[in-house]
Write a protein that binds this ligand. Structure first.
Ligand SMILES: Cc1cc2nc3c(=O)[nH]c(=O)nc-3n(C[C@H](O)[C@H](O)[C@H](O)COP(=O)(O)OP(=O)(O)OC[C@H]3O[C@@H](n4cnc5c(N)ncnc54)[C@H](O)[C@@H]3O)c2cc1C
Length: 454
């Protein structure tokens, strides 16, 4: 069958934090852009009930601007996002309305003149002389071939790089252990005032695990001061007790909930699926099934054990399991644990990260947390060193597992995404590969658009 042919300057596959800002930035620079997404909405994990973590560094300085800030400003104008609230645990927390976000994402793409293809997956990639000639897309029985000057792999799992045969790594160096995925859900009918009063009276339930480094002040008083705008990581003592009694339905040692803009409503980040590789569809299937069952078991447990949750109801299970970690591809440069720990900001930095090193242990039930200072996102980590016109944006970019555990939060990846869009548009305009584009020029354009680079 003859394939339908399409041609673009920049084709972005995946519309999460890595993809959406890349498409917007490239289109705003005048490139003809296609944004492909397998879901019927845009945003990837930006839509699954999570807070935006890490707009501020550990000292309260804002480190993310540009499109990532513009999206929050748009939501704030509609009463659909909070300020960036400093948090002793997560640096900062920004709570927003995920449904209004989906609408704003469509509006911005339409304004920028981006062509959208939803319900569409990449199924093949055709290489010619070390560059990607075209990718094949598939949706509702229809096959389309897209050629572009630059392709951006923003699929999270790196499906474009994988189909093109680019080399990648997975998991922690040495062990290959991956952070476990989680299926998020929403509970209504929660009396948060009661929960927080209980935590104020029982500070031992806020004690962190041994591998968690937090600043003083993450306690009942902090939660009360931010009653409707906080992320709770707590009830460790209770979880350990239930585990010892064989009554804990998940393999994790704390409860995580995210308060929302709707009174009495929280999002739950608690299911845990060990031994799952999110880039394997059989594993993903197991995680989705387990996630639904675990969310129900957690609901029943919370009703019995967590003060304030006695009458809660399951309002929604989000449409797909969230994958924290899978493939990471080889770039012209690579962000490492040492770069993050040293707070290295090179001349090629096209954005900043500063979120904690935050590893959900895929080999057990705990979490490793370490504070870091701001560090640079090197432009070269987004440019494939093997396929000349392929860029990686989001968690599949070139970095080690520890660096990923910090950079993976959505504001930092949106900063990366915007830089990728600028680099892709320049490469398309200059008819060169993205790796040949000067990071200095990308930085100038980003700075002019409000990005924070120092
Ligand atoms: C459970 C969990 C909790 C987290 N908590 C937080 C938090 O509290 N705050 C925070 O800031 N960050 C958090 N993170 C991290 C953050 O959500 C991710 O690191 C980030 O979303 C990764 O962005 P991405 O664009 O690379 O991938 P994604 O957000 O996964 O986006 C990828 C997009 O590509 C699409 N796609 C995938 N494959 C294809 C294909 N073959 N064809 C077409 N489209 C495709 C997907 O549908 C999706 O829209 C969490 C992550 C998880 C999983």
């Amino acid at each position: 069958m003859k394939l339908e042919q399409m041609e673009y300057d920049v084709a972005v596959i995946g519309s999460g934090p890595g993809g959406l800002p890349a498409a917007l930035a490239a289109a705003r620079m005048g490139a003809k852009v296609l944004l492909v997404e397998q879901n019927g909405f845009l945003g990837g994990n930006l839509t699954i009930g999570l807070p935006l973590l890490g707009y501020l560094d550990k000292d309260g300085n804002q480190v993310i601007g540009g499109i990532a800030q513009e999206l929050v400003d748009t939501l704030r104008d509609r009463g659909a996002a909070t300020e960036h609230i400093p948090c002793p645990m997560h640096n900062s927390v920004t709570i927003y309305d995920h449904e209004i976000f989906k609408i704003a994402a469509f509006e911005k793409c339409l304004e920028a003149g981006i062509s959208l293809l939803l319900h569409t997956q990449i199924v093949d990639a055709d290489l010619e002389n070390g560059s990607l000639r075209a990718v094949t897309l598939f949706g509702k029985g229809r096959r389309m071939e897209v050629s572009a000057r630059v392709f951006v792999d923003a699929t999270g799992d790196g499906d474009v790089g994988y189909l093109a045969g680019a080399s990648y790594e997975k998991g922690r160096e040495g062990s290959g252990v991956l952070q476990p995925p989680t299926l998020m859900c929403t509970l209504t009918g929660v009396e948060l005032e009661k929960t927080i009063r209980y935590l104020e009276d029982h500070p031992e339930q806020m004690e962190p695990g041994p591998s968690v480094e937090i600043y003083p002040g993450y306690d009942g008083g902090y939660l009360r001061a931010n009653l409707h705008h906080h992320v709770l990581v707590g009830f460790r003592r209770l979880f350990l007790k239930l585990k010892a009694e064989g009554r804990l339905p998940v393999d994790r040692d704390t409860m995580i909930y995210i308060s929302t803009l709707a009174p009495g409503t929280v999002n739950i980040n608690c299911t845990r699926h060990l031994g799952i590789d999110g880039s394997d569809v059989k594993d993903l299937t197991r995680a989705e099934v387990e996630g639904h069952l675990q969310n129900y078991a957690l609901l029943e447990m919370f009703r019995k054990e967590i003060p304030g949750f006695e009458s809660c109801r399951l309002a929604r299970i989000y449409p797909f399991v969230g994958v924290r970690e899978s493939r990471r591809f080889r770039g012209i440069s690579r962000l490492t644990e040492e770069d993050v720990e040293a707070g290295r900001i090179g001349d090629d930095a096209v954005g900043l990260g500063s979120y904690i090193i935050d590893i959900h242990d895929g080999g057990g039930s705990g979490t490793i947390v370490r504070k870091v200072k701001p560090y640079g996102i090197p432009y070269g980590m987004t440019c494939s060193c093997e396929i000349s016109n392929l860029m990686f944006s989001g968690r599949c970019a070139s970095m080690d597992a520890v660096a990923l555990s910090s950079l993976r939060v959505m504001p930092s990846l949106m900063a990366m995404g915007e830089a990728v869009g600028v680099g892709a548009a320049l490469a398309a305009r200059q008819q060169c590969s993205p790796g040949q584009v000067k990071a200095e020029r990308v930085r100038e354009i980003l700075a002019g658009n409000g990005a924070i680079l120092r």
